[in-house]
Design a protein around this ligand. Structure first.
Ligand code: SIN
Length: 544
């Protein structure tokens, strides 16, 4: 008897993209949604700034929002995608409001709009400084009440099940080649510590990003690039991984990791100062503190290298204290709890890895090159971000692609696969034993995160990239051996994934012989439109 759990649609991930998509498709299909921790444990919940959309036609227009996005993207955005997302912006905000998200409004009831780097006008809707959390709470509430959605929390996706993989009968996941089709995924039930297969007509990856590949990041622990690594192993095309965005302002404090100091603070007049107290941004860009992120992050990096200081400072002390307390309650309270009164003292900040602009390459419906495998949100590369993401556009991208991918899902389900095709094999544990050396996994994790920070950060050189590549190849080999020698643990699964993602970043960076957007190479400091005005696309060959 076939005991494998099945649904029309399998959604992997529970951030804004996965939750919104699941809510759309549950209107016409059965859904299993898996998430590796609790439902609300997603990068989305950490987003502070907000969502950019054209909501004030007196000062803003679609054309201006498109231009700002293209400018930040440094020549690599896809104009059709940018226009599609920008034009869907107002409707996306309305849908979130319908779903219960409570964006901040002024006394007249109009939505309050904030400004962030790279935006020429105020257009960011927000819920104080915890917009992502407000969205996540509203969507999770809807999802939990939906009768067509089966939620599997504490289930970590391990690998995709594809027709090619089944045909080859291999335990290791190899690309199935042209015309391959996804049929489900193996997931590790992290409470029972058992790998189970899930089968579905359509699989949608919404697993978010991979900030944990770097030692310092604004991302939560869940951001280990699982979906990207799975898709890569299965033969999906992956694009633009060299473009990893560093947020200019992460709190610098010995006892707190990953705490973002939102760009919205600079949008309200915050000024970056170096250790000597100088407001340095006018030396780097005419937009000063509101220049695009890649420029601000590089400026800070340069100030730190020149002065040897541990951090620069974001100065808000010239703004009214009551305003700061009300507009940024989370940041205000967190800093205060650490002894930093932002009304009276500048906030120590450093850049940290923030957003993966590359990802699984998709079309406007979220389709990958593997049949029936969709990817949406940060795991995907749609063409919106190009070489550098404009602030507060990723939540928007997630909501818009949730809708277009849901329309595509309806089309796919109208041509259902034969039930026999969805008979998928159980996970083969082979002769695996219990992992006894946690220290080995931990050592490799630390090594990767440290070398990515030191060798593959804001400013790169060929020499450092090649060193990183050599070390990562060695770790990849060791992880491959451990993978089949030991029973899977979440740490081992995630280590395998961050190794794959780190290698993709390094090898994409090595291949781009120019500087553009977020990829800055001291060996090729110029932007070279003649040779490099295109995506960096990588794909595993079936023989790898
Ligand atoms: C922020 O609040 O600065 C983050 C917004 C974003 O990354 O889009």
């Amino acid at each position: 008897m076939d005991t494998v759990q099945k649904a029309d649609v399998l959604v992997i991930g529970s951030g804004i993209a996965g939750l919104s998509y699941a809510l759309h498709v549950a209107d016409f299909a059965s859904v299993i949604l898996v998430t590796k921790r609790g439902l609300g444990d997603a990068n989305t919940a950490w987003a502070q700034g907000g969502i950019a959309a054209v909501l004030d036609p007196e000062v803003d227009s679609f054309a201006t929002h498109v231009t700002d996005t293209l400018t930040a993207g440094a020549g690599l955005c896809r104009r059709d995608v940018v226009e599609m997302i920008v034009e869907h912006g107002p409707a996306a905000i309305s849908r979130l409001i319908e779903l219960g998200v409570d964006f901040d409004r002024g006394p007249d009831g109009d939505l309050l709009l904030a400004r962030e780097g790279g935006h020429s006008v105020r257009r960011v809707v927000h819920h104080a400084d915890s917009t992502g959390e407000a969205i996540e709470i509203a969507l999770v509430d809807r999802l939990r009440r939906h009768p067509n959605i089966r939620i599997l929390e504490h289930h970590l996706a391990v690998d995709l099940i594809t027709r090619g993989r089944i045909a080859k009968g291999q335990r290791q996941c190899h690309p199935g080649g042209k015309g391959d089709r996804v049929l489900g995924a193996y997931v590790l039930d992290t409470k029972a510590m058992r790998v189970v297969p899930l089968a579905a007509q359509v699989v949608c990856l919404a697993t978010g990003g991979s900030g944990k590949v770097y030692r310092y990041t604004t991302n939560p622990d869940v951001a280990t690039g699982d979906g990207l690594a799975m898709a890569w192993r299965a033969g999906a095309r992956v694009a633009n991984m060299e473009f990893f965005q560093f947020h200019p302002t992460c709190l610098f404090h010995p006892h707190v990791k990953n705490f973002l100091i939102s760009e919205a603070l600079r949008g309200e007049g915050g000024v970056l100062r170096n250790a000597a107290g100088e407001a340095f941004m006018p030396r780097y860009h005419p937009l000063r503190d509101l220049a695009p992120r890649d420029i601000v992050a590089r400026a800070i990096d340069s100030e730190l290298k020149q002065s040897g200081a541990d951090s620069v400072f974001l100065d808000m002390t010239h703004l009214p204290g009551e305003f700061l307390e009300e507009r940024f309650p989370t940041i205000f309270a967190t800093c205060m709890s650490l002894g930093i009164d932002i009304r009276a003292q500048p906030i120590p900040v450093v850049p940290a890895a923030h957003y993966q602009c590359g990802g699984v390459q998709v079309d406007q419906q979220g389709r990958t090159n593997i049949d029936r495998l969709l990817a949406i949100g940060e795991v995907s590369c749609t063409g919106l971000h190009g070489a550098n993401r404009l602030a507060s556009t990723s939540l928007l991208e997630g909501v818009v692609y949730a809708e277009t991918a849901a329309q595509q899902t309806r089309t796919l389900l109208a041509q259902p696969l034969d039930a026999t095709e969805l008979i998928v094999p159980e996970w083969d544990t082979g002769s695996a034993g219990d992992a006894d050396e946690i220290v080995v996994v931990k050592q490799s994790w630390d090594e990767i995160r440290r070398l990515m920070w030191n060798y593959v950060g804001i400013v790169r050189t060929n020499r450092r990239l090649l060193r990183a590549q050599r070390r990562l190849r060695l770790i990849e080999q060791e992880v491959r051996e451990d993978y089949w020698r030991f029973h899977l643990t979440p740490d081992l699964v995630e280590l395998r994934n961050i190794t794959a993602v780190a290698l993709l970043i390094v090898e994409s960076a090595l291949s781009r012989q120019e500087s553009r957007g977020l990829h800055w190479s001291a060996d090729y400091p110029e932007t070279d439109d003649e040779h490099w005005l295109h995506d960096t696309v990588r794909q595993r060959s079936p023989s790898e």
